[in-house]
Each structure stands twice: as structure tokens, then as C-alpha cells.
Design a protein around this ligand. Structure first.
Ligand code: PMP
Length: 347
């Protein structure tokens, strides 16, 4: 691990990301609770998805589905799982083909190309279930190309497990290291794409909080809030997903939101959903960059926007926001390096 001597390879730089106190954001928004950001930009590939990429590969190797030097990994992604797969594949010896919707940034494409992958762009507006979508094209290629394997982050159990066994354990470890062994996270906010992050974290943190007999009123000691962009259909109740007058059905924010419910997203683990617009997400990303000096990406802004909206507009949120004993964790999924040429970082 970093800081504990010589690191064996880039794969050991995956995960173990810092949990950062958002002191200035807390102050600027008159919050009394503790707000902590899990800053995934510090992982080797720059996102929360590195861990699932590595775990999906290692588990597929154990099952004999992947053979180094022989197999080709094909995966549809919004880019970050792709970067994680390309990074691990470069080190472990796999060819990679990534199918990526047009809307995703050029920075992600170029990073994966630099890591040796072939990138195929697909139309952003193709429905996920259609043959033209990034998922449809990946499914076709797996049949056409010899020794090709799709690890399928949407249904692969190792997606959520990487967070239950990894990310959640790190959060608990860091909270306890600073605030004592009885300290817990009371509230979790995360943007939702495949749902692996929120599902795995909810399971891992709840198991821990339950074993600690957490002193709050939440299910197994944890309140879980999912952040879903306007235009996506993941939120419940489904009426939240209606497009109101003046709202756009498409969104620029990358990595969160879908037009289908991924098999690995367990919506029973999510207690409350908040919808966010591009504008409020990019405003909050900006606030995080300029106030906290954290070089995060757009969906991290979405996560903060969802958290602030929940803490301001709901009864439970207002209670939490004024309670100094509450610890609130936000997942900041990726890095500004994915969006360097995007105008929102300058505005
Ligand atoms: N933010 C970004 C930038 C992402 O790339 C992803 C992964 N799609 C997420 C958030 C959401 O993570 P998950 O797929 O685990 O729900």
C-alpha cells in the first residue's frame, strides 16, 4: 500500500483513497454535521471504477474465463470502468476493446488509447437495449471475436462486492482511525450508474453499523441517498423521473444515470432518491474545486448537489444538517483529468 514501502505494481495503487473533511463546504452551507468526501480521483486510473475492474478480472481468471496473453476483454462503459480495465489489462497482459457512447469525453478515450485499447464510439441516444448502443455493440463483438469475454459490470456481482469488501472497509477504517472505534458513517450519498458503488457500500456500511449497534434511527444504522440525473430512470418513486416542462431529457453529466435498471443495482438498499440537473451538478463541482481544492469530476458535483438539496429540502435532511453528531459521506467518483477540455470547469 502507498506510504508503506515499495509498491509492487500499478495495481497496488488502485483504491485506498483518502476520506477528506469538507470543512469549507460545511461552513459555507451552514451545516453542523460532518461532511466527508471519499476522493476516488486518487486511485491509479482516477476513479471509483478501478477496483471493480481489477476484481472482475481477477475473479474471471480464477474461474478460468480469462487467460493472460490469450483473452480479449470487451466492455461497454461510460469510460471509467474502461480506464480501470485498460490499466489492469496493460499490467496483466490482455487486449481490450471498449464501446463508449459519443457523449463521453475525449480525455477518457485518449487515456484508454494510451493504455493500448481499441475504442469504438456508439450513438449516445441509442437505447441501451438496441443493437447500436454501446451494450449492443459489445454483445455482438463478443460473439464475433475469438477468445473475447465481456465481464459485464451491469450484472457482475464483483462490481458491488469490490465496494462492500474494499471501499466500505476503507471508509470505516479511516473514520475509526480519526474519531475512535465507535464512530460510524450515518449517511451515504452516491451518484448511481451501474449501482455497484451504492449497493456495495450500503451493504458493507450497514453490516458494520448493525454490528456496532449504531445509535440512529436508520435501517441497520445507515441512511442511503441515491443521486440520479434528470433524464435518467433509476430513481424511485418512478414519478420522480418524469421530465417537467423546461427540463431536458438528456444530460451532459457522465457516468451516472441509465434508461434501464442494471441487475447489480439493489434499489432496496437506497432509502431516498434525489434528482439533479446538469447546471446544479456543474455548479457544485466548481464549488468543490474552488473551495476545497479537490480536483474532482462532474458526477462528484452531482453528488454534492444532491446532498445539499437533501439536507436543505427534506425534514430528515434538515435535522441531519444541524446535528453535530452525524457523519455524512459523499462519494466523489472521478477526477477533473477526465474533463480538462470541458467548458464547465472554467465557468
Ligand atoms: N460517477 C462517475 C464519473 C462514473 O464513471 C460512475 C460509474 N459509471 C459513477 C459515478 C457511478 O458508479 P456506479 O456505476 O458504481 O453506480
Amino acid at each position: 500500500m502507498r506510504g508503506e514501502g515499495i509498491v509492487n505494481s500499478s495495481l497496488d495503487l488502485i483504491g485506498n483513497t483518502p476520506l477528506v473533511n469538507l470543512g469549507k463546504i460545511t461552513e459555507e452551507n451552514n451545516l453542523k454535521c460532518t461532511l466527508l468526501g471519499k476522493v476516488e480521483a486518487f486511485s491509479a486510473g482516477g476513479s471509483v471504477k478501478d477496483r471493480i475492474a481489477l476484481r472482475m478480472i481477477l475473479e474471471a481468471e480464477k474461474e478460468g474465463r480469462l487467460i493472460r496473453g490469450v483473452s480479449t476483454i470487451i466492455e461497454p462503459t461510460s469510460g471509467n470502468t474502461g480506464i480501470g480495465l485498460c490499466l489492469a489489462a496493460a499490467r496483466l497482459g490482455y487486449k481490450v476493446i471498449i464501446t463508449l457512447p459519443e457523449k463521453m469525453s475525449l480525455e477518457k478515450e485518449r487515456m484508454m488509447t494510451a493504455l493500448g485499447a481499441r475504442i469504438i464510439r456508439t450513438p449516445t441516444d441509442a437505447p441501451s437495449e438496441s443493437a447500436d448502443s454501446n451494450i449492443g455493440v459489445a454483445r455482438r463483438l463478443v460473439h464475433e471475436i475469438e477468445n473475447a469475454v465481456m465481464l459485464d459490470q451491469y450484472s457482475n456481482i464483483n462490481n458491488a462486492l469490490a465496494h462492500e469488501k474494499g471501499t466500505a472497509v476503507e471508509i470505516i477504517r479511516d473514520i475509526q482511525a480519526t474519531r475512535g472505534e465507535n464512530a460510524i458513517a450515518d449517511v451515504l450519498f452516491a451518484g448511481v450508474g451501474t449501482g455497484g458503488t451504492i449497493t456495495g457500500l450500503a451493504r458493507g456500511l450497514r453490516k458494520h453499523n448493525k454490528s456496532q449497534n449504531a445509535k440512529n434511527d436508520y435501517k441497520d444504522g445507515l441512511l442511503v441517498v441515491g443521486v440520479d440525473p434528470v433524464g435518467s430512470s433509476l430513481a424511485l418513486p418512478a414519478s420522480l423521473n418524469r421530465i417537467e416542462d423546461g427540463q431536458s431529457a438528456s444530460y451532459a453529466i457522465e457516468g451516472i444515470g441509465y434508461d434501464f435498471i442494471p441487475a447489480g443495482l439493489d434499489r432496496n438498499e437506497v432509502d431516498y432518491w434525489i434528482k439533479t440537473s446538469d447546471d446544479e451538478s456543474f455548479d457544485c463541482a466548481h464549488q468543490l474545486i474552488r473551495s476545497e481544492g479537490l480536483l474532482i469530476g462532474g458526477s462528484a458535483g452531482g453528488c454534492l448537489a444532491g446532498a445539499l438539496k437533501y439536507l436543505r429540502t427534506t425534514e430528515e435532511g434538515r435535522k441531519i444538517s444541524q446535528d453535530p453528531s452525524k457523519t455524512v459521506v459523499l462519494i466523489f467518483a472521478d477526477s477533473i483529468r477526465n474533463y480538462i477540455t470541458k467548458d464547465w470547469i472554467l465557468n
